[in-house]
Design a protein around this ligand. Sequence first.
Ligand code: ZN
Length: 200
Amino acid sequence: MGAVAGPEIERLVQLLARLPGLGPRSARRAALHLIKKREALMMPLTSALQVALDKVQVCKTCGNIDTQNPCTVCTDPKRDPAIIVVVADVADLWALERANATQGRYHVLGATLSPLDGVGPQDLTIDALVARAHAAEVHEIILALNATVDGQTTAHYITDLLQDANVKVTRLAHGVPVGGELDYLDEGTLSAAMRQRTLF
Ligand code: ZN
């Protein structure tokens, strides 16, 4: 397909198409929508992007992304300092927050161990996590990592390193999703759910 607009608009489309979840067609639709809603949407979006560009930083305590450092979660006095929830990525932290799943604080690893992709312990914030786990107020480390080979490898690696820390190390349950039908589950999930059954 040839260009239907000048290079500036094509550039906007190309940049939007790099966003996760947007292909070339929906990027074109989004660009057109922005242009039509110039005052109501494009201008506020431009200034929101500029503010984010100027102010967003990585929390020096937990690795969350915020406009304040330490972040909103780390400085919230209602958070339980005894619990640290370990996640691979900021997206996982935000997902847990959306679910209101914990009152603990977080630690973002940045990735999971992946020998095949050349991701080793030095690429993750594991040293900082071990240091935090040794603080007197910390009693539990919850490993909220993906139920993938890499996620579970990372969980085992961290558990070994926390042997000396005076903390309980737990991980998320594996099992039947809420609203899930048994007939549709894969064998791995079904057998994990059976192994990790709880008292009714
Ligand atoms: Zn933080």
